[in-house]
Design a protein around this ligand. Structure first.
Ligand code: UD1
Length: 381
């Protein structure tokens, strides 16, 4: 049986790595890896392939940046040619990026079966590009592998036949557990000094104890408007730096906006703000393990905090991952981008002591269950 799996953007790599390893450990499966090339900088792509031991993609579509329509359209055109040439039995897509949507639509139109790993997540916010990608992909998929039972329930409520839904657990946690020791062995100060953003090169930075805040931002809703981004920056500069240094690996989109809005100089010149280049997987995990708290708009980091136990302020008004919320036993609390709300929860979080609960089947063994589910759906077991 021939399985073609697809990656496109940074959050896909940690989901596909264990899946490929599980396929390779199973007899009788041929695997083809396609990279759409949505993320193309070495630091957003190649360093993850290398550090997670992902084999070089068999095919790279070279799509690159562009508007959503441009990215999805170009991916569909190029992926269709690959499908016609290689004719896989299954296309496996992960997550909710533009590659996920484009490749599932293209495969389905050629009557090739689609399996979606991380199916059933719903934020309820149709203005998020990822929510559109999730809805369309799940509607078309023949096999929907969910990370938690809330996601399975979402699919049942939408009328997805129950025999196509399988609760397998969170595949990203397979990668976290496999790489945890390697991450733990890294030194915080080394990570910070070896990955300084070019504007801060030369200045030696140091972390004392575990006393730092880690921040990542990349969602258009937080970084694309000057009014919003400047308030967040001012909260960091005027409030958080009074308590502890801030470590901030910059996503390329965020870096461009900080420069465009004239906000970057104040950050560059502040002795308690450590701006970094986009980090590798192990480096990011080590910072997450060490941080006193994390401020983020990333879905994956909310999940990792739930396992690592780092308190997380999620700068969003909703989440497709409610299982990561404190109210459901997780590590995260939604604070949107209202500074009063962020400030209040920031103070609460510094005083709080609690250990999040590990969600069911976030046990490091989800990839094997994904492969078994595909074989079962193909009548092979
Ligand atoms: C994409 C995903 C998002 C995911 C995020 C992780 C979609 C709709 N969004 O958003 O779900 O959380 O990846 O990063 O698929 N850029 C570079 N180099 C790169 C990649 C991007 O410089 O290698 C810059 C470009 O200016 C580009 C911008 O970043 O226009 C945004 O990249 P894009 O792939 O469009 O979306 P992300 O914001 O990264």
């Amino acid at each position: 049986m021939k399985i073609m799996s697809v990656v496109g953007a940074r959050p896909n790599f940690m989901k596909i790595a264990p899946f490929i390893a599980a396929i390779e450990a199973t007899d009788g499966l041929e695997h083809i890896l396609v990279h759409t090339g949505q993320h193309y900088d070495d630091k957003m792509s190649q360093q993850f392939l290398d550090s997670l031991n992902i084999p070089p993609p068999d095919i790279n579509l070279g799509i690159g940046s562009g508007s959503h329509a441009e990215q999805v359209g170009r991916t569909m055109i190029e992926f269709e040619k690959v499908l016609l040439d290689r004719r896989p039995d299954w296309v496996v897509v992960v997550g909710d990026v533009n590659a996920t949507l484009a490749c599932s639509v293209t495969a389905k139109k050629l009557h090739i079966k689609v399996c979606h790993i991380e199916a059933g997540l719903r934020s309820g916010d149709i203005r998020m590009p990822e929510e559109i990608n999730r809805l369309v992909t799940d509607r078309l998929s023949d096999l929907l592998l969910t990370p938690d039972q809330l996601s399975s329930q979402n699919l049942l409520k939408e009328g997805v036949p129950s025999n196509t839904i399988k609760f397998v657990g969170n595949i990203m946690i397979d990668t976290l557990e496999k790489n945890r020791l390697q991450a733990k062995a890294l030194e915080l100060d080394d990570i910070i000094n070896k990955n300084s953003a070019p504007c801060q090169l030369g200045a030696e930075r140091k972390i004392y104890g575990n006393d730092f805040a880690l921040i990542t931002l990349h969602r258009p809703s937080n970084v694309d408007q000057k009014r919003i981004l400047s308030k967040i920056v001012s909260f960091l500069l005027n409030k958080v730096t009074q308590d502890m240094p801030i470590v901030w690996p910059l996503h390329p989109r965020t870096l461009s906006r900080l420069i465009e809005f004239g906000l970057k100089d104040d950050l560059d010149n502040h002795e308690s703000i450590y701006l970094l280049e986009p980090l590798g997987y192990h480096e990011m995990m080590r910072l997450n393990m060490g941080a006193r708290l994390l401020l983020t708009d990333s879905g994956g980091l909310q999940e990792e905090c739930t396992i690592l136990g780092t308190p997380c302020l999620t700068l969003r008004w909703n989440t497709e991952r409610p299982i990561t919320l404190r109210d459901n036993g997780g590590a995260s609390v939604l604070v949107g981008n209202n500074i009063d709300r962020i400030r209040e929860e920031y103070q609460n979080t510094l005083l709080m002591k609690r250990a999040p609960k590990r969600p069911k089947l976030w046990d490091g063994n989800a990839a094997g269950r994904c492969v078994s589910a595909i074989m079962e759906a193909s009548g092979l077991i």
